[in-house]
Design a protein around this ligand. Sequence first.
Ligand code: HEC
Ligand code: HEC
Length: 176
Amino acid sequence: MRQVLKPVLCLIAGLVLALPLAACGDRDAGPEIKPPAPPISARGNPAQELDGMRRHVPVDVEITPLPMARVENFDRTRGRAYPMQPPTIPHSIDGYQVDLNSNRCMLCHARNTAAQFQAPPVSVTHYMDRDDQFLAEVSPRRYFCVQCHVVQTDAQPLVANGFMDIDEVLRMERAQ
Ligand code: HEC
Ligand code: HEC
């Protein structure tokens, strides 16, 4: 009996000693994490450009990721920056499956069910094949919705973006 007990007791003693050590070790390790850097021009210095994402942590040090962005789920649509921009999704899509056998998105966004769910039906482009022929069902090239449509989150841009809406460009031209 004692022969069995001894290794077990040693193991427990070892764990009790090792646990606080591991906990202390963790606290010391790792670089100091700074909050996200202000956006830097995407055309700027390529070395600096990484800073937006790496938050000044050297490349050879592992970074602690920021908390994941929260998905907005309050049905407020965001503007489109240009006419053919796929609109962002103003609701969460957790658990909406899109695979060979079913397309959850089309449950609400198909023409014949959209009214029931008060959802905007997918536009006619989603029924066109690459030869501009209209199909009865959503076109295979528009089947995987999240290839083009993304959910809206509260994430801050990591790099600056100089994109200008055409209306803004025209207004500037007229002002000159
Ligand atoms: C339960 C029904 C339902 C499902 C399932 C659903 N949606 Fe929606 N969707 C809506 C409704 C309703 C709206 C209108 C805005 C709102 O109320 O959120 C909407 C709005 C949108 C819009 C904005 C359209 C615009 O003109 O701005 C997009 C894009 C969209 N959904 C994409 C998707 C995608 C992609 C999926 C699957 C991953 C999906 N939806 C699944 C109900 C649904
Ligand atoms: C290849 C990219 C692509 C895919 C895949 C795609 N869409 Fe779109 N979607 C667009 C673009 C671009 C627009 C805006 C221009 C237009 O209507 O064609 C749009 C518009 C929409 C709109 C707004 C329609 C309107 O009249 O305002 C809804 C809703 C939508 N898509 C839902 C979906 C759903 C649901 C799927 C999956 C079944 C899907 N999309 C797949 C690119 C895509």
